[in-house]
Ligand binder design. Structure first.
Ligand code: CO8
Length: 178
């Protein structure tokens, strides 16, 4: 369902259907929303975001980061920004790129059985436009650790071009901290 939703996001963003069809589709979406509302569950019971076996953990917010190789200190893979993430002039939206870095760096920060941490800051530098509809290389790695503080870095490349890079601080949560 989430794969279909991602495709739908892209198609909606890139389409200008005639008004009658638009009304018909809007009604269909509303019907679906009402039907799904009958099956509402708590955060603990929801499926999306919790299925680490599925692309993007089964959630539709963040562009899917596909892991090719990883260990406890590094992760390498690819990411593709669909039409839904368009900012303008064929470039990905500047807010969509940090979503990917937070996901990549955040998952690595908590990998290897480390206690759970949360993002304290995430700095993103946009070095070149990040193009849509292309498989981009994405990497993240541990920079250093100081007590509860984990400093990680990451970068996204289009071929040899560095599109964006990030530095994030992730702070390990104390027991009982939300
Ligand atoms: C599988 C899932 C993958 C996806 C992962 C996604 C991760 C996320 O997006 S999490 C959501 C976004 N983040 C949040 O909501 C976090 C909100 N903030 C918080 O909860 C807290 O501020 C938190 C946990 C980061 C730190 O608070 P707290 O535990 O009280 O730590 P605190 O004692 O203030 O700071 C600890 C150290 O970190 C430093 N620090 C904390 N925040 C910052 C910051 N923003 N900048 C610089 N340093 C900081 C402090 O200076 C301190 O350093 P030192 O030990 O050298 O004195």
């Amino acid at each position: 369902m989430i794969e279909s939703l991602r495709l739908l996001h892209d198609r909606i963003t890139g389409a200008a259907p005639p008004p009658e069809l638009l009304k018909e589709m809007t009604r269909a979406f509303e019907d679906l929303a009402v039907e799904l509302g009958l099956y509402a569950v708590s955060e603990r019971e929801q499926i999306t975001g919790h299925r680490i076996d599925l692309p993007g953990r089964g959630q539709a917010l963040v562009p899917v980061f596909t892991v090719d190789e990883s260990d406890d200190e590094h992760v390498r893979g690819s990411v593709r920004f669909g039409r839904y993430y368009l900012g303008g002039n064929g470039a990905a939206h500047g807010g969509a790129i940090p979503l990917v870095f937070d996901e990549m760096l955040g998952r690595l920060a908590n990998a290897g059985g480390r206690p759970i941490s949360r993002t304290a800051y995430l700095r993103v530098d946009y070095r070149s436009i990040t193009p849509l509809d292309r498989d981009l290389r994405a990497e993240a790695w541990f920079d250093r650790e100081e007590g509860r503080k984990r400093f990680l870095r990451g970068a996204i490349f289009d071929g040899e071009t560095r599109c964006a890079e990030a530095e994030g601080l992730f702070v390990a949560l104390n027991p009982g901290q939300p």
